[in-house]
Design a protein around this ligand. Structure first.
Ligand code: URP
Ligand code: ZN
Ligand code: ZN
Length: 460
């Protein structure tokens, strides 16, 4: 059924204008003034007073995740509907085999979990937790299947983490295949030693999580990853960069011309380490890695985002409920790491960035959508509003005022780390390839509309 969106203000990463948008067969077919169409099936939406953004892309989420002796709480049904209500029309999920898992089996498992269950489009970063000839040939098959980004962890020793030799081999293969490598950059050995010392001193509460992974640990990991990227000629992407010290290391590489991109995630822009210091184990809700930092780091992150040095803003969405967080009572190293945010990223970034004057609206669209589409081989199908692009649109109400609450969220969790936070805007209508999936802020669409987005290598 054709869809005509009239009178909205189109805002992309580089343009802003009033026009109508005509959508046919999942695609934008016309953009112009006073568009009309003679078709009795035509659906017309009046977007007067609303912004129209390209569908937002979350470049870093965990939906299915066996981790720290439990599983993240969302499945693809809850996670994708939460994403859509929050304006995210595509997410990139981390496929995370552990060191003992067969990587091809893991890839097929992750695909089977998503297939038919996602309401929004999706793809994967292929996690690599060991490297040998079998893994190498499996990775080639996975790239041929349309996955053109890898993920490595320098942390989580003996589980997801890779050794330096393996990191070198992954990057060398990635260079050969034209694949970008995303990396969690914390020095695993330092974390292990610091955790041991803190526990031995009886420092067991969630407030010690940050002390076991101080900024130096992340700066070292970031510098090491950047150096390996430079030495191998690969293209790298630092995930969830959280602090000024790591930013300096990444900037040093960028300024030498090393192809290194930076993602930061919404919790690190807004929450600081005092949240993880809340009494009665409430701080456990705010345990993630890298940890929430001293507030001063946020100023550096916002400035780097505004200037485009931080390329993308994701979530690292990873929900664990209060009972799961309680698994780490008496030993902070057993608190499942993760903070959910897939539903709130866009509204929080819009509110505390654009609406409160810290972020240009075009940089907002770029960081929350367009840049991820470009870096991960989705552009211009995704990430922009143009004739020929997929009709993934967010008709956004900038007049909306409300607060975030776990009581109303779609995410499958019993708390929200941003409980009570004000938001200055909200998606009113969201389309996925031309179909209205969200109306009046509610999910009303097809729970299995989402497709796996197969991507081509691009970094030769
Ligand atoms: O705390 C986090 N970040 N949990 C998810 C796993 C990861 O490191 O991305
Ligand atoms: Zn991580
Ligand atoms: Zn993650």
């Amino acid at each position: 059924m054709p869809l005509l969106i009239k009178n909205g203000e189109i805002i992309t990463a580089d343009t802003r204008y009033h026009a109508d948008i005509l959508i046919q067969d999942e695609t934008i077919t016309q953009i112009g003034l006073d568009l009309e169409m003679d078709d009795e099936d035509l659906e017309v939406i009046d977007a007067t007073g609303k912004y129209i953004f390209p569908g937002f892309i979350d470049p870093h989420v965990h939906i299915y995740l066996p981790f720290m002796a439990t599983f993240a709480k969302d499945n693809h049904t809850t996670g994708s509907q939460a994403a859509l209500v929050g304006g995210t029309t595509t997410f990139i999920e981390m496929c995370c085999p552990s060191r003992n898992d067969d990587h091809l089996e893991a890839y097929n498992l992750w695909k089977s979990k998503a297939e038919g269950n996602s309401a929004c489009d999706y793809t994967f970063h292929m996690g690599i937790s060991k490297f040998d000839e079998t893994v190498e040939s499996q990775l080639q098959q996975i790239v041929e299947d349309g996955i053109s980004s890898f993920k490595v962890f320098l942390s989580y020793k003996n589980f997801f983490g890779v050794e330096d030799g393996e990191l070198f081999q992954v990057l060398t293969l990635a260079k050969k295949l034209g694949v970008i490598v995303t990396a969690h950059c914390e020095n695993a050995e330092l974390v292990a030693q610091l955790q041991k010392s803190l526990l031995a001193e009886g420092k067991t509460g969630p407030e010690y999580h940050e002390k076991s992974r101080p900024v130096e640990v992340e700066a070292e990991g970031t510098n090491r990853f950047a150096t390996f990227v430079e030495m191998t000629g690969a293209t790298g992407y630092v995930v969830h960069l959280s602090c000024e010290a790591a930013l300096k290391e990444a900037m040093k590489a960028k300024s030498k011309g090393v192809p290194l991109y930076i993602e930061s995630v919404i919790p690190h822009f807004l929450l600081d380490k005092t949240f993880a210091e809340k009494p009665d184990h409430e701080g456990a809700k705010y345990v993630m890695s890298p940890p929430l930092r001293e507030k001063g780091n946020q100023k550096a992150l916002w400035a780097a985002l505004e200037q485009g040095f931080i390329d993308t803003v994701g979530t690292d969405h990873c929900p664990f409920d209060i009972d799961q967080k309680a698994m780490g009572k008496g030993d902070f190293t057993k608190i499942p790491n993760g903070i959910p945010a897939i539903e709130d990223r866009v509204n929080l970034l819009y509110t505390y960035g654009v609406s409160r004057g810290h972020l240009d609206i075009h940089r907002f669209v770029d960081a929350a959508s367009t840049k991820s589409a470009k870096l991960f081989g989705l552009f211009p199908k995704k990430g922009t509003i143009a004739v020929g692009s997929d009709a993934d649109l967010v008709i956004y109400d900038p007049q909306y005022r409300g607060t975030i609450s776990a009581k109303t969220q779609k995410v499958n969790n019993d708390y929200n780390g941003f409980e009570g936070w004000e938001i200055d805007g909200k998606p009113w209508i969201v389309t996925v390839r031309g179909q209205v999936q969200v109306k009046d802020g509610e999910f009303v669409g097809d729970p299995s509309r989402g497709q796996l987005l197969r991507r081509k290598p691009q970094y030769f």
